[in-house]
Design a protein around this ligand. Structure first.
Ligand SMILES: [Zn+2]
Length: 248
């Protein structure tokens, strides 16, 4: 049985032999990088709705978004030499997840890094499900990529309130990554500092809970040790886009 050959240059071996003055030298074919990129991209499990998010197509409608983009680009450039991850904080629709996804996409493309995207609510659900007797996957199987990837995106931190024992697991994961010097990128809709009445009134409802309310003091203080905080303000551009389209 013959398989269809995808790459005419290397006949899918991944290697090309070049004749040099010192004799033949084997080097990687261009298709090898592309295959690696596609494999790493699949492993990253970026949700479909975010798969086209790049640093280039991030829209800036507020100065803080410009700053956030700069920090994101710098993070990619410096990887893996930096010590801390990122914590994007801001209201809905300012592009926090967009930036987090764009960063790991660039890290995969430019640095061949092993990155994983993880939704906080889904992680909690998966951990909880793994404890049920008829679960087909073990907690270890679910958590292996979360523990081991070079860069983890934990999206929507605090979006679901974990039970005490799940909270313990989440702290364990995050703490483990911190101790192993593996970087984590978090996003959260929850305003972090209570003493910011201007921002709070502008972008959040008075009754809104803060990040500490949602994830506890211990985890929040760990986050501060392991992340640079990137505050993003601005209008919800998904809402803006919707409103704009109503005018026509
Ligand atoms: Zn090839």
């Amino acid at each position: 049985m013959t398989e269809k050959i995808g790459c005419q240059v290397c006949q899918d071996t991944g290697w090309v032999v070049e004749q040099t003055e010192k004799g033949p030298v084997a080097r990687r074919c261009k298709c090898f990088d592309e295959k690696q990129f596609q494999l790493l991209l699949r492993q990253a499990r970026i949700p479909k709705r975010y798969e086209d998010c790049t640093l280039e197509n991030y829209e800036i409608h507020h100065p803080s978004q410009g700053d956030a983009l700069k920090i994101s680009k710098k993070f990619v450039k410096n990887f893996p030499a930096q010590d801390v991850g990122l914590l994007y904080i801001g209201p809905c629709g300012v592009g926090k997840t967009h930036l987090a996804v764009a960063v790991i996409r660039e890290l995969i493309l430019q640095k061949g890094a092993y990155c994983v995207f993880c939704d906080f609510r889904e992680l909690i659900r998966d951990i909880q499900n793994s404890y049920t007797p008829d679960s087909e996957v073990s907690e270890t199987e679910i958590l292996a990529p979360v523990f081991n990837c070079e860069v983890l995106v934990l999206d929507e931190l605090g979006a679901k309130r974990p039970t005490a024992w799940v909270e313990e697991t989440i702290f364990y994961i995050i703490n483990y990554r911190y101790n192993q010097k593996r970087m984590t990128i978090f996003t959260s809709n929850y305003l972090d500092i209570e003493e910011e009445p201007d921002r709070r009134e502008q972008y959040y409802k008075k009754a809104d809970e803060t990040l500490v309310d949602r994830i506890g003091v211990r985890l929040r203080s760990r986050l501060y040790e392991m992340c640079k905080v990137v505050n993003i303000a601005g209008e919800d551009y998904r809402k803006m886009a919707k409103q704009a389209s109503y005018r026509f």
